[in-house]
Design a protein around this ligand. Structure first.
Ligand code: ASP
Ligand code: MG
Length: 238
């Protein structure tokens, strides 16, 4: 199950996502991939620029995540795990390393979604794909995921959790180069994370939850006449 930023808007959005996850009962075993909360990737990219607004943006982002955590009444240990990440983000700002800075969006959202799932009685575990997915290069150069290396890390990390009945809540979008630098899979890359993880684990299906009813023949946000397509071949999708 992959949820993008449009699903993760405010405490109500995060709680709704946790509720959808809770509907998947055994023998179905969900594996969840999340994007950053709505608008957060754009704000982080702005904060990564050498601008005097960086720290004001950081304050807003900190408040946004902490407020949602409190509004959702997450367990104290979950709320405590947010602060070290916010500190890490603050320390990363002077580097202006946009891949590193933007990676905090998904790391923070996966904690909030896991916490909201815990409140619904789901044994959810936030997992950072920084330790699982390896790419050839950083995101500013043509790059690809190293298939067998990444697959073996994903399988060894996730299979014991799944055997234990836990629901992994994975960060979309973020990875590391083989040299160990933080990188991303490019804007909108969480969909790509979801299909890789589904493939690595032999999932029965990969569902990308969207705020639209399906695939249209044009962008329905721009063109009100856009038509919903009932069927799509692999070739047309490509
Ligand atoms: N958060 C990232 C973005 O906004 C990745 C994604 O949403 O898939 O591009
Ligand atoms: Mg997004």
């Amino acid at each position: 199950m992959k949820f993008g930023g449009s699903s993760l808007s405010g405490p109500a959005g995060v709680a709704y996502v946790a509720n959808l996850i809770s509907n998947y009962k055994p023998p179905k075993q969900p594996i969840v991939i999340v994007s950053a909360l709505q608008g957060v990737t754009d704000l982080l990219l702005e904060a990564a620029k050498p601008t005097p607004e960086s720290y004001a943006l950081f304050t807003n982002l900190s408040q946004l995540h902490l407020t949602i955590a409190r509004q959702l009444c997450l367990e104290p240990h979950i709320i405590e795990s947010i602060s070290p990440l916010l500190n890490g983000l603050c320390l990363a700002l002077p580097s202006h390393d946009s891949d590193l800075i933007v990676s905090f969006g998904e790391r923070l959202s996966s904690i909030l979604v896991a916490g909201a799932c815990n409140n619904q009685g789901i044994k959810a575990e936030p997992i950072s794909t920084l330790d699982l997915l390896i790419t050839t290069k950083r995101s500013d150069r043509p790059s690809r995921i190293l298939y067998s290396e990444s697959r073996s890390k994903v399988v060894t990390t996730l299979e014991p959790l799944l055997r234990d009945g836990a629901t992994p809540i994975l960060t979309g979008f973020i990875a590391r180069t083989k040299e160990g630098e933080v990188t991303t899979l490019g804007r909108g890359g969480s969909d790509l994370t979801a299909v890789y993880i589904g493939d690595f684990l032999g999932a029965d299906e990969v569902t990308l939850f969207k705020d639209e009813a399906g695939v249209f023949d044009a962008d329905p946000k721009i063109n009100p006449e856009a038509k919903l397509l009932a069927h799509l071949t692999y070739q047309e999708a490509e």
